[in-house]
Design a protein around this ligand. Structure first.
Ligand SMILES: Nc1ncnc2c1ncn2[C@@H]1O[C@H](COP(=O)(O)OS(=O)(=O)O)[C@@H](OP(=O)(O)O)[C@H]1O
Length: 366
């Protein structure tokens, strides 16, 4: 009996030891759950960001969860290119010197500074040249005018590069900003970026160009003074107001002199704005030769749209529809009286002759 009692006592001791052990295990589990409850909620919440907001917002004193930050980053870097482009055009302050996101190698090519720039002239046909040349597979172009070398120079070359499309090694990056041709600082700034960059200038009869320019401004501001009022200081004396931008832009010889201080003539190609309308394939052949490209854009790509009164791009083989330039290209011009036009022709004649001599080509603006 004594023996039995002493064995029972020993067993109850062991039982107490085991229950203490179990109790401490249970307590440890409780502590663990209390400490890591947030991560459990994050996993169970509807989406990753919902969990992140809990941690970052309500419990700011807690450290930011690394997994949460990673999720936010990867979701924004995974945004599609359309969003990137929208951002770039809405507020183009891209920081391209920041490290590339991990998947960036899957996008083709890199953003490069342009190898060719359409520098002018305003209302010359610059959009048509860009839209026509960019159907060439070896050309990629920035869609909007960057105005880097005139208005945005302080933003720096990396900002400018960020606006460019990605290109493969074999492709040429291009952009067009027509105001470059008449901005004094632009040739120097472009040559500081690259002395090899190819320059394209689309020129058009300066009188028609001035009327086109005025028509555009008038379409936005119908209370604008008449063309004659702006074009002449004294119309009866035939004194032209050279300070009016619409007149000044057409003094091609003067602007070209500034460019020739920084670039040899061979590096500048002049497209005839008139022939661009009557023979777009012929002008594009010369542009392709100048850029050292195979002649891929040919007359097969164009058709004359009677309604628009201009050449348009044919429907691509793969899909889509024929493409004409927008309504702001090929407007009906404001009517200007014959006398004023004749006076302006007389005014521009010596400048035109000088320009023909400088470039070695007669554009036949009468
Ligand atoms: N294919 C085709 N379709 C439509 N328009 C054409 C085309 N080719 C040249 N043009 C002429 O381009 C003129 C507009 O020139 P820009 O594109 O240089 O204008 S802008 O400076 O960018 O505003 C535009 O001037 P306006 O006719 O005065 O509107 C056109 O004459």
């Amino acid at each position: 009996m004594v023996l039995l009692f002493s064995r029972l006592l020993l067993f109850s001791h062991r039982l107490r030891g085991a229950s203490i052990c179990l109790l401490s295990l249970f307590l440890s589990y409780l502590c663990y759950s209390a400490l890591f409850s947030d991560s459990t909620i994050m996993h169970k919440s509807a989406g990753p960001t919902a969990g992140c907001h809990r941690v970052d917002g309500a419990k700011r004193r807690l450290h930011k969860s690394i997994s949460c930050l990673l999720r936010v980053d990867s979701s924004s870097s995974g945004a599609d290119e359309r969003t990137d482009q929208r951002r770039a055009s809405a507020a183009p302050i891209l920081k391209n010197d920041t490290p590339s996101p991990p998947m960036s190698h899957l996008k083709f090519g890199n953003k490069k500074l342009p190898k060719a720039i359409i520098v002018g002239v305003k209302k010359g046909g610059t959009r048509a040249v860009l839209e026509f040349i960019r159907i060439h597979p070896d050309v990629r172009a920035a869609g909007t005018e960057t105005h880097f070398f005139d208005r945005n120079y302080a933003r720096g070359l990396e900002w400018y590069r960020g606006l460019m499309p990605r290109t493969l090694e074999s492709q040429i990056t291009m952009e067009k900003t027509p105001s470059y041709f008449v901005t004094k600082e632009t040739p120097r700034r472009i040559s500081a970026m690259s002395q090899d960059v190819k320059l394209i200038v689309v020129v058009r009869d300066p009188v028609t160009r001035a009327i086109s320019d005025y028509t555009q401004t008038f379409s936005k501001a119908p209370d604008l003074p008449s063309f004659q009022k702006l074009a002449f200081r004294n119309q009866s004396m035939g004194v032209v107001d050279m300070s009016w931008n619409a007149i000044r832009i057409g003094l091609y010889a003067l602007h070209l002199e500034n460019w020739l201080r920084y670039f040899p003539l061979a590096q500048i190609h002049f497209v005839s704005g008139e022939r661009l309308i009557t023979d777009p394939a012929g002008e594009l052949a010369r542009v392709q030769d100048f850029l050292g490209l195979k002649r891929i854009v040919t007359d097969k790509h164009f058709y004359f749209n009677r309604t628009k009164g201009f050449p348009c791009l044919k429907k691509p083989e793969s899909s889509g529809s024929p493409r004409c330039l927008g309504k702001s290209k090929g407007r009906t011009h404001v009517q200007i009286d014959r006398d004023a036009i004749e006076q302006l022709r007389d005014f521009y004649r010596p400048y035109n002759d000088k320009f023909y001599e400088m470039v070695g080509h007669d554009f036949k603006w009468e």
